[in-house]
Design a protein around this ligand. Sequence first.
Ligand code: IMP
Ligand code: MG
Length: 179
Amino acid sequence: MTDPNLRVLISSDRIQARIRELGEQISRDYPDGRLHLICILKGATFFMSDLARALKRDVFVDFMGISTYGKGKTSSGEVKVTKDLDISLEGADVLVVEDIVDSGVTLNYLLHVLEQRRPRSIRIVALLDKPERRLRPVDVSYVGFQIPDEFVVGYGLDYDEKYRNLDDICVLDGEPATG
Ligand code: IMP
Ligand code: MG
């Protein structure tokens, strides 16, 4: 796939190596107990499936749909739950798996929602972090890569639902032609 608007920022090899490290670190930090991975749809599904296999312990996997971004690159600022969890979190150690933390609006809201479900603990693991863009405080316990303030696609991340299936994480320059 050659697209003149795409520039590789983090190669597939680097992504996979970093996920192996995160898997080892998280496995050490949670030696026992019921660990729930909560994958935020849809962007985090690729990261979650690789991370879950890098963990050397049992995990439960669940999905939550949340939307903040409308079409395009700018946030609507509104947070909406579009799909709720299937499994109870009571007494569980919860790890929220997110593709990218940008303004922090999504995770700040989500943590308030999840805390009401009486888990034993809640932490966040995000593959990417754009700290410069933060509007709301969020404590991200595990970060794959800190990146500059650029719009990225691939490995789950999209622009208008496109580019999710790229192996690498790429910067998307300009406004690509639609269709
Ligand atoms: P936040 O609420 O601003 O932190 O936004 C988090 C969500 O915005 C992520 O889960 C992504 O879906 C989306 N997002 C933020 N930055 C990017 C980006 O650079 N590329 C693609 N999606 C992004
Ligand atoms: Mg997302």
